[in-house]
Ligand binder design. Sequence first.
Ligand SMILES: [Cu+2]
Length: 68
Amino acid sequence: METKTFTIPSISCAHCCNAIEKELRELPGVKSVESDAAVKTVCVSWEKPANPEKITELLKEIHYPPSD
Ligand SMILES: [Cu+2]
């Protein structure tokens, strides 16, 4: 399993975090999602077929593009 913390500047509140967590958990291979509105980060753990590119693409699609 791999883990990465994504920084997402457009997170502004807990609602954003809930929306992001819900969407990411539906991505095949994603095992856990933990977001923090205070520091605008989302920590994602995944296995195949998920990968950082697919996670980044999904975040862009839902208008929460990661900055890194
Ligand atoms: Cu929000």
